[in-house]
Write a new protein. Structure first.
Length: 255
C-alpha cells in the first residue's frame, strides 16, 4: 500500500507553506494544465492562506501515471485527500475543467458533513449546460489545433514536438473528462458561487455562465472580463485581487 502522505503530496502542491494559515484555497487547473499555473496565486495570498494547487496525474512529474478520464474519479480522489487535511475554512477556485472538478468535489465534501466556504468557477459553463463536443476523439494535430484556437499554451511550447508528444496523453484525457461529464440539472452545492467568464469565450456563453445560479443554494454572481477562454491570464491581477478581497471578508466575518 502506498503511503497516504506521499500520495497526498503528489496531488497537493504548496508553493508557500506556512504554519500561520487561517483559511485554505484549493486551485484546480484547466485541461492540460498543471499545479504551477497557480504559483502566483500562492505568492499573493501567503502567508495567511493555505493555497493548495492540485496536480492531476499524467503530467510533469506525474507523467508516468495514467491520467484520469472522468471528472467524478478526479473529484473522488481530491475529496479523499482533503478529508485528511487539517480543517480550515476552504474556498475552491477552478478554471474550465477545474471548475466542474471543484463543483463535484464540493458536493462530496458537503455530503460528508463539511461546509466549503465558496466556489470561484472560472471559464466554464454551468454543470448541466451540456454541449456535444468531441475534441478528445481527434487526432493529435486536431487537439493541438483546438489549443491554438483557445490561445491557452504559448506558441513556442506548441512548436516543441517532443514536449507536445509527452503532454498529449494527459491533454486528451482531460478533454475526455470534460466532454463526457454529465450533471443533473438539480445538482447543487450549498456554498455561494462566483462565476468568472470571458466576453468572447467560444466555450462559454454569458447565458451558460449565468446558469450556474441553478446549481447553488447560496448566492451566485457573475463577473465578465474582456477576452476569450483564457481571459484570466490577462486579468491575473484583478482576479487575484478578488481572491484577496474574499479572504479579507472571511477574516472579518470570523472576528
Amino acid at each position: 500500500m502506498p503511503d497516504s502522505a506521499a500520495v497526498d503530496a503528489q496531488w497537493c502542491r504548496r508553493y508557500r507553506p506556512s504554519g500561520s494559515k487561517t483559511a485554505r484555497l484549493v486551485c484546480l487547473p484547466h485541461a492540460g494544465g498543471s499545479a504551477p499555473f497557480f504559483h502566483p496565486v500562492a505568492s499573493a495570498l501567503s502567508p495567511a492562506v493555505d493555497v493548495i494547487a492540485v496536480q492531476y496525474p499524467g503530467r510533469q512529474d506525474r507523467r508516468g501515471e495514467r491520467p484520469l478520464t472522468d471528472v467524478r474519479d478526479l473529484a473522488d480522489a481530491i475529496h479523499g485527500i482533503l478529508l485528511r487535511e487539517p480543517h480550515l475554512p476552504t474556498t475552491f477556485f477552478g478554471h474550465s475543467l477545474g471548475a466542474i472538478v471543484a463543483f463535484e468535489t464540493i458536493r462530496r465534501l458537503e455530503a460528508a458533513g463539511y461546509e466549503p466556504v465558496h466556489l470561484f468557477a472560472s471559464g466554464r459553463r454551468a454543470p448541466s449546460a451540456h454541449r456535444d463536443e468531441s475534441v478528445h476523439l481527434r487526432d493529435d494535430d486536431g487537439i493541438l489545433a483546438e489549443i491554438r484556437g483557445l490561445d491557452g499554451t504559448a506558441s513556442s511550447l506548441l512548436d516543441d514536438a517532443d514536449l507536445m508528444r509527452a503532454t498529449l496523453p494527459a491533454l486528451r484525457a482531460d478533454y475526455q473528462a470534460a466532454e463526457t461529464y454529465r450533471c443533473d440539472p438539480g445538482a447543487t452545492v450549498e456554498c455561494p458561487v462566483t462565476v468568472l467568464t470571458g466576453d468572447s469565450d467560444p466555450r462559454t456563453s454569458l447565458a451558460e455562465a449565468n446558469a450556474w445560479a441553478g446549481h447553488t443554494a447560496g448566492a451566485c454572481t457573475t463577473q465578465v472580463f474582456t477576452g476569450g477562454h483564457f481571459f484570466l491570464t490577462a486579468h491575473a491581477t484583478e482576479i487575484t485581487g478578488l481572491l484577496q478581497d474574499h479572504f479579507h471578508q472571511q477574516r472579518s466575518v470570523r472576528r
